[in-house]
Design a protein around this ligand. Sequence first.
Ligand code: NAD
Ligand code: UDP
Length: 312
Amino acid sequence: MIRKKILVTGGAGFVGSHLCERLLNEGNEVYCLDNFFTGQKQNIVHLLSNPYFELIRHDVINPFHIEVDEIYNLACPASPVHYQYNPIKTIKTSVMGAINMLGLAKRVNAKILQASTSEVYGNPLIHPQPESYWGNVNPIGERSCYDEGKRAAETLFSDYKKQNNVRIKIVRIFNTYGPRMHPNDGRVVSNFIVQALQNQDITVYGKGQQTRSFQFVDDLVEGMIKMMATQDSFTGPVNIGNPSEFTILELAEKVIKMTGSKSKIIYQPLPSDDPLMRKPEISLAEKELNWTPNIKLDTGLEKTIRFFQTII
Ligand code: NAD
Ligand code: UDP
């Protein structure tokens, strides 16, 4: 068996830790690089005893050199609360992180996959969103540091392919949830579950009529690995998400029911530039990756609720 050397930036985060675990289980050597801004040792502590796992504390805004076969570039805070905490750092992480990791991929001839986002579609005027849609993004709003940073990273990936023939892959990830989300992460699934388990008010922003389509983390990891394994000629971008769409109010009601909580729903102001709807068009992933999400919201929520029951 050939043991691939794989670098995962942002590997101590929610998605990154699941990806590292899966890549190790498949017999690879994994280098997990993280600055621990939103990531936690707790997420990867169970991997530290594996001799094929290495943890590197590093910030992707600085260059980094290592001999690897593949790079998954996930380093970037993903929750609005975290990426808006230091917006200049967020866009630097996306742009300079992409330049540094693409430079590395070029030097060592590694394949490199970018964790892009459905946020590149902004507040979409087309529903569901296909990869061909160019998006509706405010360049100077609260979310711009993240959205525009990820858009610029896609441009850099595409230009390194055109100019230097770097073997790139771009996945646009839609809302993903699961065990190891940070309890104070601020994203809707973790917020609602933590609030419900503590019988606190469930904070629905706006009227709760905005929609999201929630994907369980295992489905995402499967999609990312399948994307990395495609022919060099297929670069994406490709949407990876679960097309089952729910209003935020429906999610709140579901979480209350599943946890048997006494929590009441309260309504708080809708943050600015909060997209009204979001749902992936996934026919490209189905065709090119032979991938489709398998885990239904109820099943994924059960696993996620069990996780939060053990940590709070
Ligand atoms: P997360 O915040 O849990 O993980 C991000 C990781 O990157 C953390 O471990 C953090 O410490 C690390 N990091 C941040 N800035 C860094 C820097 N400058 N240098 C090194 N490490 C740094 O978020 P997540 O949900 O696991 O998201 C992972 C990736 O997937 C992100 O790039 C995110 O944009 C993308 N994504 C996630 C979702 C989702 O719903 N979870 C949706 C779309 C895209
Ligand atoms: N949201 C909410 N209550 C919360 C957290 C989020 O109603 O406690 C809403 C938020 O306004 C958005 C949706 O849930 O419409 C998803 O928010 P999240 O931060 O998880 O992801 P994103 O907005 O980036 O899709």
